[in-house]
Design a protein around this ligand. Structure first.
Ligand code: F6R
Length: 607
């Protein structure tokens, strides 16, 4: 949510800031702005809407001269997405210029206090309050670092801040709590960004700013401070991520590129945590302590939560360990009973989702052991969890997750298998069979992708559909949750995922002539049951689409989508692909912005 960048060096800052913002636009895209310090002081340019408008307004940055600057791309929280509310924000008197990612929770109280001190506000944002509060403390202390530290002591909420002071022409200041921030090191120049891919075109040497830390950045390097204003030492890190992974590479959208990267993401994730044909989490430091757990709580948001729902079925079935799945936004505020010997698993692509991070902290505060399944190295969740399993999906840029979801499933299956092996709930023979099945998933996903035209044609015929229901039982139901979310978020079609047996308890009254109902028939034990539920909606006029394994039949369905036969517990990995493609093609047919759906942003760092 919101992307921030900064630059100080010898080159013109504005084009570098705009290029960085382009890479961060997935984090928010309802307005954008930059502040550049030139000969005549700090100049701010901002626009409502997409970054392209700012690029146009500033002639690609050429209209802003100067070698120091900060920039921002916004996902509105406080105040409408207007030019007025766009960042950077200036303090009253224009001594302090700020870009902010996060939410200042006590902004009302602080605004009142500052108003009483004579400050006048020009926007509806919480971020403008930050500029004024820092200005207030600057007046009191005369020192920018002290002013920022005082702000950190007073602020409640989350922030990654880039700050320019009008009387400090050769310095950029930053501070961070619960929103990501990375510094990049160049030769005689330094960069600031909300994530690593935004820096990869410039440098691979980075510093991760930790919670409640600040820094003063000059051309030759940075000095780091803790919240008390004491200097702290930090080690830089070399990033190995492939820069081209964050490019479209000729694909029309990031989403469809990432959908096609799933076979590789699954294969790479499996291979990272396998040795000699067996699951092996020793690289992640996961061993007896974690695998002796007697109960598991999985916590996550959105698609990562859906992975948790799938894993609940898989872990309970394979390892006979009770699992509950908790939405992180709920778990963080409820009085959960963890019980003896509990393990909490937090799942997150970005590793920065505010609710997931808070749920993880809540578990830790109860002394519960934690494991994270995370895609982004160096992210907050990965650093705060006791142990981390890294998915190897590579940077995911499209707002709708696809390959990270698939990689999370792969990591989770391996974890479940290793747990089952240690608990003695699967025989050696069955274990070997499951591993073989896992290793065949990338090929099966590829085969679904080869038949994508059939889904494209369905999307073309049904692009105006109004309501879609997706139904299934067990693992099939968990895939419906994900398929339904994909269709909602990028195609704006109203859909609901339902446990097949539950439809008749009320929701079936919504079925009308032509309502599309997608039924998943991939769980042999309950296949006939779901088939009967499909029959019930068909007889009420529904247009029934059945997803089955190759060679199987679905009597009465108007359309049948076949997918390669897979071990039923791992069916989600293959079955999700047609549903991702459905969402993609419907969005395309409707002429929507596939990669940046309205009202959304990737990496939800606000509650
Ligand atoms: C949906 C989607 C979101 C995320 C959710 C959690 O396509 O991407 O529902 O899954 O916001 O994000 P992470 O995994 O970064 O914690």
């Amino acid at each position: 949510m919101c992307g921030i960048v900064g630059y100080i060096g010898r080159r013109q800052a504005a084009p570098i800031l705009l290029a960085g913002l382009k890479k961060l636009e997935y984090r928010g895209y309802d307005s954008a702005g930059v502040a550049v310090r030139g000969e005549g002081g700090i100049r701010v340019e901002k626009t409502e809407g997409r970054l392209a408008r700012l690029v146009e307004k500033t002639e690609g940055g050429a209209s802003l001269s100067g070698t120091v600057g900060i920039g921002h791309t916004r996902w509105a929280t406080h105040g409408a997405p207007s030019e007025e509310n766009a960042h950077p924000h200036l303090s009253d008197g224009e001594r302090v210029t700020v870009v902010h990612n996060g939410i200042l929770e006590n902004f009302r109280e602080l605004k009142q206090k500052l108003t009483a001190e004579g400050y006048v506000f020009h926007s509806e944002t919480d971020s403008e309050v930050i500029a004024d509060l820092i200005d207030y403390y600057l007046k009191k202390s005369g020192d920018p670092v002290t002013a920022i530290c005082r702000f950190m002591q007073r602020a409640r909420g989350s922030y990654a801040l880039g700050v320019l002071f009008s009387d400090r022409p050769d310095e950029v200041f930053v501070a961070r709590k619960d929103s990501p921030m990375i510094l990049g090191v160049g030769k005689g120049e330094m960069f600031v960004a909300s994530d690593v891919p935004a820096l990869l075109g410039e440098t691979r040497t980075v510093y991760y700013i930790d919670n409640l830390e600040a820094a003063v950045i000059r051309r030759e390097g940075a000095v780091f401070y803790n919240i008390d204003g004491n200097v702290i030492e930090k080690q830089s890190v070399e990033v190995t991520m492939d820069a081209s992974a964050a490019e479209k590479d000729g694909w029309e959208h990031f989403m469809i590129k990432e959908v096609h990267e799933q076979p590789r993401a699954v294969a790479d994730t499996l291979s990272r945590y396998m040795k000699e044909g067996r699951a092996d989490f020793s690289e992640a430091g996961i061993g007896e302590e974690e695998f002796s757990a007697e109960r598991i709580v999985i916590t996550a948001c959105g698609s990562a939560y859906h992975v948790g729902v799938t894993l609940q079925y898989v872990i309970e079935s394979l390892a006979r360990v009770p699992v509950r799945v908790e939405l992180a936004s709920e778990m963080r505020y409820r009085d959960l009973v963890y019980g003896e010997n509990c393990l909490v698993i937090a799942i997150s692509q970005s590793g920065e989702t505010a609710d997931t991070l808070a749920a993880l902290r809540e578990a830790k505060a109860h002394g519960v052991r934690t494991v994270a399944i995370v895609n982004v190295q160096g992210s907050s969740v990965s650093r705060e969890a006791d142990r981390t399993i890294f998915t190897v999906a590579g940077p995911e840029i499209a707002v709708a997750t696809t390959k990270a979801y698939s990689a999370q499933l792969a990591a989770g299956y391996l974890f479940a298998l290793e747990l089952a092996r240690r608990k003695g709930t699967v025989s050696e023979e069955a274990y070997a069979g499951y591993i073989k099945e896992l290793l065949s998933l990338p090929e099966k996903i590829k085969r679904v992708l080869e038949r994508k035209e059939a889904i494209g044609s369905f999307a073309a015929r049904h692009q105006t559909m109004r309501d879609v229901f997706m139904i299934g039982r067990g693992v099939d139901y968990s895939v419906c949750l994900e398929g339904s979310l994909k269709l909602k978020e990028i195609s704006y079609v109203h859909t609901e995922a339902y446990a097949a047996g539950e439809l008749k308890h009320g929701t079936i009254s919504l079925i009308e002539e032509g309502t599309v109902v997608v039924g998943l028939l991939l769980q042999p034990r309950v296949r006939e049951k779901t088939a009967s539920n499909l029959e019930e909606v068909r007889s009420r006029g529904a247009h029934v689409v059945a997803m089955v394994f190759e060679g199987e039949k679905a009597e009465g369905a108007a359309e049948v989508w076949e997918i390669p036969k897979t071990e039923e517990l791992f069916a989600a990995s293959v079955a999700v692909v047609p549903l991702q493609l459905l969402a993609y093609y419907v969005s395309l047919q409707r002429g929507l912005d596939v990669d940046k759906p309205r009202n959304l942003a990737k990496s939800v760092t606000v509650e």
